[in-house]
Design a protein around this ligand. Sequence first.
Ligand code: PEP
Length: 250
Amino acid sequence: MRKNIVAGNWKMNNDLAETKELLGHLKMQLVKEPEAEVMVAPAFTNLYEAFQTLKSTPIQVIAQNMHQAKSGAFTGEVSAKMLKSIGINTVILGHSERRAHFHETNEILAEKVNAALENELRVIFCFGEELEDRKSENHFNLVEKQLKESLYQISEDNWKNIVLAYEPVWAIGTGETASPEQAQEMHAFIRNNIADAFNDDIAQNVSILYGGSVKPDNAAEIFAKEDVDGGLIGGASLKAVDFLEIVNSF
Ligand code: PEP
């Protein structure tokens, strides 16, 4: 059975003091047994603090990125092993901001996915089309290409460590959300595509999150769609009340 998941991507927000404050609110306000797996992704500098603060709660602390190499001369980068060594078990890969600002291609992302899985990290793999792709009705092809070139090299067994996050780029941080119908249409396409490339069991068991301007007032109708298993939340994850309202939207 696939799981419902709500993950907050804090991006490059919150210094240590702000991180401690937000963690405190989340810890205090989270219901004891949430209907979904709950995750937060603070910046690298605050991961250890966040992990220590939340380790006795149901909230998992995850990373926003990692480098594909084991170690070496990669100034400014962080490896899978480093993340594991401070207790982190999940990493977000392929976020559209990494693709756009840091030139992460499908090929680089395939290497990152492989490195994460080899180190027994769970991967939240992000992908999604730009506005031009949707306008030219190329969005299904584009999404299929992103999945094929970065993910379909993995073994069947490794799918248990994959979570997908469909994030149309035109909806990220813009206040413009995909309609629940648009999200459902794409999520169903993704599941069928995985069933064709692998098998139906894998397709039915992988959680597919939607990301792009999910807020407390639109989360419930998006999460109600059959193939939407939760959300990757940017802006609204920076306020504990908003994030937890989204967590409680199932
Ligand atoms: C994101 O960055 O993954 C995201 C979905 O951001 P926002 O919720 O702010 O659109």
